[in-house]
Ligand binder design. Sequence first.
Ligand code: B12
Length: 227
Amino acid sequence: MSEDYTDIFEKAKKAIIEGDDETAAEVIGQAEEEGIDLMDILMKGFGAGNEEIMERFDRGEISVAELLFASDTMKEVTDEIFRHLGLNEAPGPVSTGKPRVLLATVAGDIHDLGKGLVGAFLKNAGFEVIDLGCEVSVEAIALAAREFNVDIIGTSALLTSSLKEQKKLEKYLREIGERDRYITMVGGAPVTQRWAEKIGADGYSDTARDAVEKALELLNKKKNGNR
Ligand code: B12
């Protein structure tokens, strides 16, 4: 029989809405003690709070300062949960045979909550993930992709002004003759399938869950010689 975790999910949600780091940490401890899946508490508890905050912000009900407050807590919580689940460690230089993904939020953009989720889902699905963080230039992305010999490059862009960086990356990879070496994936709230096709990226998804499906599909296609 499945347990009813409504109370703890509600507490997690409220902690994000109120930007309450202390309660958030308490919830993580409590979830661990009660054996609740931390990814569940992240998505259904803290994630629900984050969505509520996003909606309030979009409706103009809260200020950027309040959004920042809540986002900071969400970021702390995500990092802490990923640490608990061992999802924060970057892979070493030696290949383990697992598919490798490099993730980055593009230059000029500091939004990284969505990228973090994509990374966590990919790791959970058995991918090795190298996360370069945010505000990463196309040159740095290309250099790291070569250095780590990755299979997939995934970029995140949340600002309409930073979207062009995803296009720039496609162009840069072609210029240095390395475009065919990688599968490229793009994401972020303003990104669409149409945008992905327009700039020549191989894949797009609007959720972390679908990003895994898409990554597996694209790897399979490449293995079979058609992308
Ligand atoms: C939280 C937030 C912030 C936080 C970011 C905290 C952090 N560490 O990320 C803070 C407060 C710092 C912030 C700052 C700013 N923000 Co802001 N922010 C948001 C907000 C409310 C939510 C974004 C978010 O985290 N969503 C939750 C995650 C889970 O969703 P997601 O990022 O879309 O990711 C999912 C998918 O897109 C996909 N995905 C994401 N990345 C990738 C990558 C790949 C490869 C794949 C396959 C899939 C994928 O999977 C993810 C998981 O499901 C949005 C509004 C909105 N409704 O989107 C505004 C928003 C993006 N921000 C905006 C702006 C303007 C700013 C600021 C300039 C300040 C301001 N005036 O508000 C600064 C940016 C400074 C900079 N240089 O980047 C605007 C952008 C407008 C535009 N069209 O360009 C938005 C749309 C708000 C608005 N309506 O005005 N912001």
